[in-house]
Design a protein around this ligand. Structure first.
Ligand SMILES: Nc1ncnc2c1ncn2[C@@H]1O[C@H](COP(=O)(O)OP(=O)(O)O)[C@@H](O)[C@H]1O
Ligand SMILES: [Mg+2]
Length: 378
């Protein structure tokens, strides 16, 4: 059971490349924290510094109440699960799981008890005598999870553990990991989990909180819900959510006491009063105007022209992708490419290669500063 604290942690590799630029983060005891970000943003580097597999150039890593900067991995109370399983190929599943415990000089009976218990939880009891080469990727990853579990670490570290699995197994193993976290909690073992992924679905579904990284810097740390609904900056807004948020350069203009976001093509949308007040000092300036695809919908009556409400625009639908239950509409609005996401409705008449009026739900719009890219509305 341990809190993990990063204080001004930096990493410069021996070739001079600075991968991590001063990260400050507190991961609470028992928390499931996900590091997410594009490839190369330093998720693995950060995790490996926590694990002790990579030197820390500057700053402090604290696990429990100890600064672990100079402790070897085996003394940090952590277990790590890797993308490529890292099992010993010549050892059976049982031996793989027992190996670390024997090094810890645990008694034979205790080792057996822990392995049987973990195997049962992970449904790999019948595999205990198999060698890794005789198993599927999903089974191997369960063994790797089991090997981490039996050590009863204070902190579990996962580096993209599901990346080598096919889509279906990825979902079932993801659920096993969530279940493991809950079970340990229920047993009073408040294991802290730090999980690295580039997959935002994994991040959103597993994380109590998510730390979004970009180019070795923290962009935002928050709950999945807050990241989605209140992204702190344009990067997080564009990274979290699929299809991605529409982000368009617009100018804030004021006319007859109303504030509008006006696109380059002249189309304008009326900002609700509460939002308009927050940007009253930005009139005449450019901003990033953000709209999630689900907040742009087709207007049933195509003869409906832009209204007084200022939330309807004429678009040209180029492509329609059908997901079965919903449709993604790729539309052109002036020179901008936008995506709308609407529920599938058999009575709907939307067709590609047609002009269509679309309603922008401005109560859900986001605005970001054009230079700092920080959120302006919350
Ligand atoms: N041993 C190394 N030497 C130099 N640069 C490295 C080394 N390992 C990783 N990097 C660089 O550090 C950055 C972060 O890498 P990494 O932590 O692996 O990213 P991620 O796990 O987010 O994909 C990348 O630009 C990568 O090329
Ligand atoms: Mg990585």
């Amino acid at each position: 059971m341990a809190e993990v604290i990063l204080r001004q942690v930096e990493k410069q590799y021996s070739n001079g490349f600075k991968a991590v630029h001063g990260i400050d983060l507190t991961i609470k005891e028992g928390e499931f924290m996900v590091f997410v970000g594009p490839s190369g943003c330093a998720k693995s580097t950060t995790l490996r510094m926590i694990a002790g597999l990579e030197d820390i150039t500057a700053g402090e890593v604290i696990i429990g109440d100890r600064c672990v900067n100079h402790l070897p991995p085996k003394d940090r109370g952590i277990s790590m699960v890797f993308q490529n399983y890292a099992l010993y190929p010549h050892m059976s599943v049982y031996e793989n799981m027992a190996f670390g415990l024997r090094q810890q000089k645990l008694e034979k009976l205790e080792i057996e008890r822990r392995i049987n218990e973990a195997a049962e939880t992970l449904e790999i009891t019948q595999l205990l005598n198999n060698k890794p080469g005789e198993m599927s990727g999903g089974q191997r990853q369960r063994v790797a999870l089991g090997r981490a579990m039996v050590r009863k670490p204070d902190v579990f570290l996962f580096d993209e553990p599901l990346s080598n699995l096919d889509a279906k197994l990825r979902v079932s193993t993801r659920i096993s990991i969530a279940q493991l976290h809950q079970d340990l909690k229920a047993e009073g073992q408040n294991a802290t989990m730090i999980y690295v992924t580039h997959d935002q679905v994994e991040a959103m579904t597993l994380g109590d909180r998510i730390c979004v990284l970009n180019q070795g810097r923290i962009m935002q740390v928050d709950t999945p819900m807050n990241l989605y609904h209140l992204p702190a900056n344009k990067f997080v807004a564009g990274f979290i959510g699929s299809p991605a948020m529409n982000l368009i350069v617009a100018t804030l203009i004021k006319e007859n006491e109303h504030v509008y976001t006006q696109l380059a093509c002249g189309t304008r949308f009326l900002l609700p009063d509460d939002k308009a007040q927050k940007v009253s000092d930005k009139i005449g300036q450019k901003v990033w105007f953000g709209m999630r695809p689900e907040h742009i919908s087709t207007v049933a009556n195509t003869s409906q022209a832009p209204s007084e409400q200022g939330d309807i625009a004429l678009t040209h639908i180029n492509v329609i992708e059908s997901m079965g239950n919903e449709l993604y509409l790729y539309c052109k609005l002036g020179n901008e490419q936008i995506i709308s996401r609407i529920p599938f409705n058999p009575d709907d008449s939307v067709k590609h290669n047609e002009d269509h009026y679309m309603k922008f739900d401005m109560s859900h719009c986001h605005l970001f500063d054009i230079e700092t890219e920080q959120a302006l509305l919350y």
